[in-house]
Design a protein around this ligand. Structure first.
Ligand SMILES: *Cc1c(COP(=O)(O)O)cnc(C)c1O
Length: 400
C-alpha cells in the first residue's frame, strides 16, 4: 500500500482512520510547513526572535495581547500554570515545582477534569476539584454551578482551569466573571477547538486570560507545537520560564516584547519549561502552518470530510450485522465520524476482534476504539486519502 520512510527504517506504517491522535503521529504536516522546516534547519535564528514573530501572528489571529509557541497544548498548560503561580518573581521561577509560600491552587470544575490535569501539576499546581457529577443522576442539577467555583477561590488560588468543548458548562463567560471578580486568571484548554477559525478569537473575547491550542491537530503544523494566546504579562512569564537562559547578563538583550529585563531584575535560571523546548524548525513550521490554515477553505474541507464519511457509512451498512450512523462534527471532533455498530449475534466478528486485527496488519490500520464497550468502532475521515479510505473499507469488509 505504501512505500514510505517508515518502511525504509523497518517500522510499520499506520493508515490513520481515527483522526488527529498524537500516539499515531497526529496529523499530516502541511507540505509548505515541512519545506519551511527543512529550510529552517539549514540556518540559525535567535529562538526569542522567532517567538516574538510567532507572538505577533498569534496576536493578529486571536486578538490576544500576546502569543507564544510551546511544545504542544499540554506544555502550554504547564507553562500557563507556571506563569499564574510565579508571575514575575525570579525566585519563585527558580523553585518551581516547589511552591512553598505561593498561591498554587488551580480550581477546576469536576466535569472538566481530564488526564491533561497532570500538565498543571508538573509546574507545582494543586488541583482543587469542585462540583459533582449530579447531572447524570437526574437530580435536577445541571452541572458545576458558577457559585461552586466562586466558593473554591481563596488566597491560595493561582487560576481557574477550563476545558473547552462544545458541550462544556458552565459557559466560559460565566466562569470568567466569577474568576475576574476575585482577580484570578482563567486558563482554557482549547487544544482541538479549531476549526472553526473563529474560535481563535472566541475564547479570548470571552475573557480567557490564557488559551491553549494544539499546533499538531487540524492546524497541521509540527506535532510538537502548541499555540498559547493571552495576557502579555502572563506570556512574558511563560517566556522567562521556557527560553534557554544560559545567558551572560552583561550582553543579555532579549526582545523587549517577550522579556522585560527591568521587570525581572535579573536573568532567570533555566525554568520549569526548559525541558519542553521548541526548536527553530518547529517555530518556523508552526508559523507557516498557521498562516496556511487561515487561508484554507474550511467549508470545502468540511464537505469533503462529510462526503467521505457518508460514502464509508453507506458502504459498511451493506454488511450483515453492521449498522452505521454519523456523529455531529462538533461533538468530539472537527470532522463527522462514522460509528460502526456491530450486532455480534449476526456479524462474523466482534468489534473488538476487528479493531485488534486491523492494528496488527501491515500496514497497521487504526480505527477509533472509544466505543468498543458499545460493540462499536469509529472511522474519522480527516486523516485519510481517497486511496486509503478505499483500502480501509476493503480491509474492514474482510472481517465481516
Ligand atoms: C490533544 C489535546 C491536548 C494535548 O495537545 P498536545 O498538542 O498533543 O499537547 C490537551 N487537551 C485536549 C482537550 C486535547 O484534545
Amino acid at each position: 500500500m505504501t512505500d514510505s520512510v517508515y518502511d525504509e527504517i523497518g517500522v510499520p506504517t499506520v493508515i490513520n482512520a481515527t483522526g488527529t491522535k498524537t500516539r499515531i503521529g497526529g496529523s499530516r504536516i502541511r507540505p509548505e510547513a515541512a519545506e519551511a522546516m527543512r529550510e529552517a534547519a539549514a540556518g540559525f535564528a535567535r529562538i526569542s526572535d522567532l517567538q516574538t514573530r510567532a507572538s505577533e501572528l498569534i496576536q493578529d489571529v486571536t486578538g490576544a495581547e500576546a502569543g507564544y509557541v510551546c511544545s504542544g497544548a499540554s506544555a502550554c498548560l504547564t507553562l500557563s500554570a507556571a506563569a499564574t503561580i510565579a508571575g514575575t518573581d525570579l525566585d519563585a521561577m527558580a523553585h518551581l515545582p516547589e511552591t512553598n509560600g505561593l498561591a498554587d491552587e488551580i480550581v477546576i470544575p469536576r466535569t472538566h477534569r481530564t488526564g491533561y490535569d497532570h500538565a498543571y501539576r508538573v509546574a507545582g499546581a494543586t488541583i482543587v476539584d469542585v462540583g459533582t457529577n449530579d447531572a447524570h443522576l437526574g437530580t435536577g442539577a445541571v452541572n458545576t454551578e458558577p457559585w461552586e467555583i466562586e466558593r473554591a477561590i481563596t488566597d491560595e488560588t493561582a487560576a481557574v482551569g477550563y476545558v473547552q468543548k462544545s458541550y462544556t458548562t458552565p459557559p466560559l463567560e460565566d466562569v470568567v466573571d466569577v474568576a475576574h471578580e476575585h482577580d484570578v486568571p482563567v486558563i482554557v484548554d482549547a487544544a482541538a477547538e479549531v476549526p472553526p477559525v473563529d474560535n481563535f478569537e472566541r475564547f479570548v473575547d470571552a475573557g480567557a486570560d490564557l488559551v491553549a491550542f494544539s499546533g499538531g491537530k487540524a492546524i497541521r503544523g509540527p506535532q510538537t507545537t502548541g499555540i498559547l494566546a493571552g495576557r502579555a504579562d502572563l506570556v512574558r512569564s511563560v517566556a522567562a520560564q521556557h527560553l534557554d537562559m544560559h545567558a551572560a547578563e552583561a550582553v543579555w538583550t532579549p526582545p523587549a516584547e517577550l522579556i522585560d529585563v527591568d521587570e525581572l531584575g535579573g536573568v532567570p535560571r533555566q525554568g520549569i519549561g526548559r525541558g519542553m523546548k521548541v526548536g527553530k524548525e518547529e517555530l518556523v513550521g508552526v508559523i507557516t502552518a498557521l498562516e496556511s490554515f487561515l487561508e484554507e477553505d474550511h467549508d470545502a474541507n468540511a464537505s469533503a470530510w462529510r462526503g467521505r464519511a457518508e460514502t464509508i457509512a453507506a458502504d459498511l451498512a451493506e454488511l450483515a450485522g453492521i449498522e452505521t450512523t454519523l456523529t455531529a462534527a462538533e461533538k468530539t471532533s472537527v470532522a463527522p465520524e462514522v460509528v460502526v455498530s456491530v450486532d455480534e449475534s449476526i456479524a462474523d466478528a466482534t468489534a473488538t476482534d476487528a479493531v485488534r486485527g486491523l492494528r496488527e496488519e501491515r500496514p497497521r490500520i487504526y480505527v477509533g476504539a472509544d466505543d468498543l464497550h458499545r460493540n462499536a468502532f469509529t472511522i474519522n475521515p480527516m486523516c485519510l486519502t481517497d486511496n486509503e479510505a478505499t483500502y480501509v473499507l476493503e480491509r474492514i469488509r474482510s472481517y465481516f
